[in-house]
Design a binder for this molecule. Structure first.
Ligand SMILES: Cc1ncc(COP(=O)(O)O)c(C=O)c1O
Length: 338
């Protein structure tokens, strides 16, 4: 275990908006979500820290956590880390079901927070294994937030993430690009932005069932269902991205911003110096594969003539790349953090 850093829930939300120096118009910003619980080890938090908090808050308010000792959740890693941190901090035992080949850094982050990890054989098995574990428990022995069905997931993105993006761009945002896992982010952010203005939501999904864009979920075709937290009608344009494109674009972004001082449009609840300190790891701007996929979807849309020069595009930067150093192909290209 690393030396315990106090969990400060007040750092969740109001994350920074950072301008990305890409080669041409439109103007592009990244909503940088690892500033949620940024002081925690293993790359801080992620976009899922928001739903970890909102699902636990909603459960507490509804009395679901009264006298319940254990919280159980299936997760590709980021929600699991958030629930382990926040649940542990609030006094619960936490058990997380992970898919096969999880990033070792995410396993360590969950265990570091005191969570217990079970690895399942497949992504779908992970959800079933967790459901069986919950069903076997006596009624009041555990609580399963279930990020795939919990309305507190899209709700926090509608109430907070989407509102923040609108305010941080002074209402200038014209497009939002994000990946679909539970679909909570694109659904909630999309609803907030559609309510406020003429904003187009681009949601991307992995191209194949077997993929390495951690956090995303393949759900096309008759064998798969979209989770209850995803409202496909909110997405104006859908794109598919391969794992190799996601990783390639994450590496390209790192190279592109290597020697550039990043322009912080709005530091959110932080000061600019804190943002600058935490944006880079060992001098590098390292994003996770799902953010690489967002860039891939953005460029594909741009190549199709989907943006005007004066558009303002916000890209979801869900987590930082140093959570993925256990992937060999990732580590090969991630310099000194490998
Ligand atoms: C790194 C990362 N990116 C994107 C997503 C997708 O977000 P959502 O579940 O809100 O669709 C997740 C979800 O776990 C994630 O961990």
């Amino acid at each position: 275990m690393s030396e315990a850093v106090p969990v400060d829930e007040s750092t969740i939300g109001e994350t920074p908006l950072v301008k990305l120096p890409l080669d041409a118009p439109p103007t592009v910003y990244a909503k940088v979500e690892w500033f949620n619980l940024y002081e925690q080890p293993y790359g801080g938090g992620s976009v899922k820290t928001r739903i970890g908090k909102s699902m636990l808050d909603a459960a507490a308010d509804a009395g679901h956590l009264d006298d319940v000792p254990t919280i159980i959740e299936p997760s590709s890693g980021n929600t699991g880390t958030a629930i382990a941190r926040l649940g542990g901090h609030r006094g619960y035992d936490v058990e997380i079901y992970l898919p096969p080949r999880p990033s070792e850094a995410k396993v360590l982050a969950i265990e570091d927070a005191g969570g217990e990890v079970t690895r399942s054989r497949t992504y779908e098995r992970m959800i079933e294994d967790c459901a069986e574990r919950v069903a076997e428990a006596t009624d009041d022995a555990c609580y399963n937030p279930n990020q795939y069905e919990n309305p507190a997931n899209p709700a926090v993105h509608e109430r907070e993430t989407g509102r923040e993006i609108w305010e941080q761009t002074d209402g200038e945002v014209t497009h939002f690009v994000g990946g679909v896992g539970t679909g909570g982010t694109v659904t909630g952010v999309g609803r907030a932005l559609h309510d406020r203005g003429d904003v187009s939501v681009i949601g991307y999904e992995p191209a194949r069932p077997s993929h390495t864009i951690s956090g995303l979920r393949y759900a096309r075709g008759p064998a798969f269902d979209y989770p209850g937290t995803f409202d496909p009608s909110v997405v104006d344009r859908r794109r598919v991205v391969t794992s190799s494109a996601a990783r390639r674009w994450a590496r390209r972004l790192r190279q592109r911003v290597a020697d550039v001082s990043l322009d912080i449009r709005d530091p959110g609840q932080h000061d600019a110096a804190t943002v600058r300190n935490h944006l880079r790891v060992d001098d590098q701007f390292l994003v996770g594969p799902s953010t690489g996929g967002v860039l891939a979807a953005f460029y594909e849309h741009a190549m199709d003539g989907g943006f005007a020069d004066d558009d303002v595009v916000v890209l979801m930067a869900a987590d930082r790349g140093d959570r993925y150093t256990s992937f060999p192909d990732w580590a090969d290209h991630s310099g000194s953090t490998a």
